[in-house]
Each structure stands twice: as C-alpha cells, then as structure tokens.
Design a protein around this ligand. Structure first.
Ligand code: DGL
Length: 269
C-alpha cells in the first residue's frame, strides 16, 4: 500500500517532493489537514487529537507506514502515539530524527551514546508549539553533548505561507532571524524545524548570511525513508497515489500548484 505523508497544510509537500524524487517507484498518499492549520499555535492535546485522526484516515486509505511531515505533530504527538495508539502492523515516523542525525553527522539509525560534535552553536526556527515542546533539544541530547541551541518561535510564518502571501512571509522571516541573532549573534548552523520553511529557504539564508549552514528536512527525510524502506521491505508503498485535504480542495490545489510549480489536484479527505 502507498506510504502516507501527513502535514497540517502544504509544508509537507517539500518532504513529499524530495521523497518522490528519491523513491520514484514508491506511491504516496498526501494528507493536508488544511481545515485545522496552522497547528503551531494549538495546545499539545489538540495537536495530538488532530494528528491521530489524520493518521487514522491514512491507515483507512490503506497506508501501513505514515510519515508525519510536520515537526509540530512530531513534537507534540508522535511519542504519545507510539506509546499506545498505533495498531499492530502499522508504523508512524517523524521528521526530527533524520535532521538531528545529519546535524550530528551520524549514520541513519545510529543509536550509540551521545558524543562531542563539530557544531556548537545552533539556531532553531520552528513553530511556537514545537519550540515549547523542547522535543528537538531532547532528541539532540540523546546524540550530542555540548551543543548550545537557541530557539526562535516563528509565529505568523506558516499562516502567511498558507495564504500564499510570500511578501509577508519573507518579512516575518527577517524579523524572526533578527530576533534570534540578538540572542545568538553567530550561529554556526540553523535548523529549519518546520516543513513549511524550506519554501522560504532563500529568505532565511539571506537574513542569516552565507556562512551559516542551513539544515532543512525535505532531502534528509527522503534519504532516511529510502534507508528505512530497504530495511523494512514490507512497508514499501505501491497503491493508489492521492492528494487529500480536509479544507477546500480547489483552493488547496491552487496553492499547491503555485508552490510546486506543477499541477497538483487535491480531493476531499
Ligand atoms: N509544517 C508544520 C511543521 O513542520 C506545521 C506548521 C503549522 O501547522 O503550524 O511544523
């Protein structure tokens, strides 16, 4: 069955696109919970309930493996789901770990004890819910020691992107980068901890300066998914690909087509 990819809105398309490029023989079903986006300003309980409902919808569509291509859902809901609400034979994976493995220069799935790494000063840009969960710092502490993380909750960026207002999104990015750099003037690396933010990659790079290495998830998740599927062949997805949304399919299709610069047609979830 197809592999499910879930995001609150359109940000997960950045992950889907990279996964499709890396795994051209795998079919994907993408689900955008556009009716409830953005998740980043919701409570953890709320995000958990919405994420469970979306994942269940993808299981019902036949997916055995669902990728939460949403840091906010990964931060607020994944661990709780893995502790109890995932049916036998189904699997849900998040997008944090591949990013942290790349930052700490580990092989995919390397669970050896934490050690010193080259990068010492890291700027994290994410939604308010992801920042307040501290999930990124928790996962990092399992793998690295002595890394100073300064987090910036980027309120407003996802709303502007979902509205297709890139001028506003760019202005908000500059504002958030300035605020971060007042707290950490010389980050060595920056993490785009929200799958919407790669759509604003140039704005982040320009505001941060060319010397700051930016880690963004799309490509990394594609690579780690390929690695996972070679180890778990039974989860390789072949089925009816689809784009589903809980919002208005016409409006969501128009935005998605604008983002990816190719025709994308969403149907009602
Ligand atoms: N793209 C999502 C993330 O990675 C969600 C953003 C939101 O809905 O606030 O966090």
């Amino acid at each position: 069955m197809a592999v499910g990819i879930f995001d609150s809105g359109l940000g997960g398309l950045t992950v889907l696109e990279a996964a499709q490029k890396r795994l051209p023989d795998v079919d994907f079903i993408y689900l955008a919970d556009s009716a409830h986006a953005p998740y980043g300003v919701r409570t953890a309980d709320d995000i958990y309930e919405l994420t469970c409902a979306a994942v269940l919808r993808l299981f019902d569509a036949g997916c055995d493996l669902v990728i939460l291509a949403c840091n906010t859902a990964s931060a607020a809901a994944l661990r709780r789901m893995q502790e109890g609400s995932i049916p036998e034979g189904k699997r849900v994976l998040g997008v944090f770990v591949p990013l942290i493995e790349a930052l700490t220069e580990r092989d995919w799935g390397d669970n050896s004890p934490p050690c010193e790494v080259d990068v010492k000063h890291v700027a994290l840009f994410a939604t308010p819910a992801t920042v307040s969960s501290r999930a990124f710092q928790r996962e990092l502490a399992f793998r690295a020691i002595g890394v100073d993380v300064e987090a910036q909750a980027c309120g407003g960026v996802v709303d502007a992107i979902e509205d297709g207002d890139f001028v506003l999104a760019e202005a908000m990015v500059r504002l958030h980068v300035d605020a971060l750099m007042r707290k950490m003037p010389m980050p060595q690396a920056a993490i785009l901890g929200c799958t919407h933010y790669p759509l604003m990659l140039d704005a982040f790079q320009e505001a941060l300066g060319a010397d700051v290495k930016i880690f963004s998830q799309a490509k990394l998740v594609g690579e780690s998914l390929a690695d996972y599927l070679t180890r778990h062949g039974d989860k390789i997805g072949v089925g009816e690909p689809a784009y589903l949304t809980t919002g208005d399919p016409k409006q969501v299709s128009n935005r998605a087509t604008q983002f990816l610069r190719r025709q994308i047609t969403f149907n009602a979830a």
